[in-house]
Design a protein around this ligand. Structure first.
Ligand SMILES: C[S@@+](CC[C@H](N)C(=O)[O-])C[C@H]1O[C@@H](n2cnc3c(N)ncnc32)[C@H](O)[C@@H]1O
Length: 325
């Protein structure tokens, strides 16, 4: 990455840009297969979420509250629903509570599926929610459904397999039942990236680790330019599974560009009649750059990165690249 300002490159050195370049021959992990060396690949993480991580998810208010409202709006009495990646079954419970006649709740991890079965029964909807202990990549309901809920989401759509799982479901569903497709919750997704200056100091210890921060940046992140959209899509339509970004950002605030902030907004339900959407803004992912860059207002910074949905965070970080415009 390098900058230019009014055509003056005097204080820029080529060294700065080259430090950020990923090895060009690094093999790209396949969309649904982790690298052979699992010790250095975090892409499996989102696919194995044991029961002791679900407390965090159950108490993440913007997430659970958003899904509760979206499911309450879109699931009508008598509807048939599928949930892919059901975890504790809480979203399936919301669907049953909204009046769904039947919900198939698909969870791959046996002990989580067993817990979901127990919780759903305890919450009085065990007769209408069937927990299926299967891989969502293979599951199809026995009959057409009205709504599909899927929350295998991670900021920037790395790690978890939301896009692969829904694409596979759509293809197999259409082959078996024909159209129309069910309505998806979430309905759409917006991805953006922003150059930032981040404080990586921890009690006097400098460690530029990837961070998950809220919209305020947890007091550590200063925005240097406006966010740039790099993907906007609806789950009911064809969507990209590979993101290749080459963006020129105009710096608005002088500082040290030492990280990129990845922003992910999930439109859980788009309510046309009410002219509003129910959204879940995920925590932002702040990815440190290998070599920080001094930038001034007016500089133009070229940002390049590329990754597949479901890739490891490491693959995204290593793909960040740039050079003079
Ligand atoms: C982010 S959690 C969401 C759980 C639940 N839907 C909720 O909102 O609380 C994703 C869940 O999907 C499950 N999962 C991931 N990949 C899966 C797959 N291929 N098939 C079935 N379940 C999967 C995980 O074990 C985890 O329980």
């Amino acid at each position: 990455m390098a900058t230019h300002r009014d055509g003056n490159l005097a204080e820029r050195t080529d060294d700065t840009s080259l430090e950020l370049t990923a090895p060009p021959s690094r093999p790209r992990p396949h969309l649904y297969v982790a690298s052979a060396d699992k010790t250095d690949d975090d892409s499996m993480l989102g696919q194995f979420i044991p029961i002791h991580y679900h407390y965090q998810m159950l108490t993440q208010e913007p997430r659970i509250g958003g899904f509760e409202e979206a499911i309450g709006e879109l699931v009508k009495p008598g509807m048939k629903v599928v949930e892919l990646g059901a975890g504790t079954g809480v979203m399936s419970f919301f669907a049953a509570r909204a009046g769904a006649a039947k919900v198939w709740a698909v969870e791959r991890i046996p002990h989580v599926a067993k817990a979901a079965r127990r919780f759903l029964a305890k919450n009085g909807v065990g007769d209408r929610v069937e927990v299926v202990n299967e891989d969502a990549m293979d599951f199809l309901p026995p009959e057409p459904v009205d709504v599909v809920i899927c929350e295998m989401l991670h900021t920037a759509l790395v790690r978890e397999k939301q896009l692969a799982v829904i694409a596979s479901f759509k293809e197999r569903y259409l082959a078996k039942f024909g159209g129309p497709l069910p309505r998806f919750i979430p309905e759409a997704c917006v991805l953006a990236v922003q150059p930032v200056m981040t404080d990586f100091d921890f009690h006097g210890y400098e460690a530029s680790v990837p961070m998950f921060v809220d919209g305020s940046g947890n007091g550590r992140v200063q925005k240097l330019a406006v966010p740039a959209l790099y993907a906007v899509f609806e789950y009911s339509q064809e969507y990209p599974t590979h993101f290749a970004v080459d963006h020129s950002a105009t710096i608005e605030t002088t500082g040290t560009l030492n990280a990129l902030r990845f922003i992910t907004k999930n439109l859980l339900a788009i309510l046309e009649e009410e002219q509003r959407s129910i959204d879940w803004d995920m925590h932002d992912l702040v990815v440190p750059l290998a070599t920080p860059l001094q930038v001034s207002a007016g500089d133009v910074v070229r940002i390049r990165f590329r990754y597949d949905a479901g890739d490891s965070l490491l693959a995204l970080a290593e793909s960040i690249d740039g050079d003079d415009e």
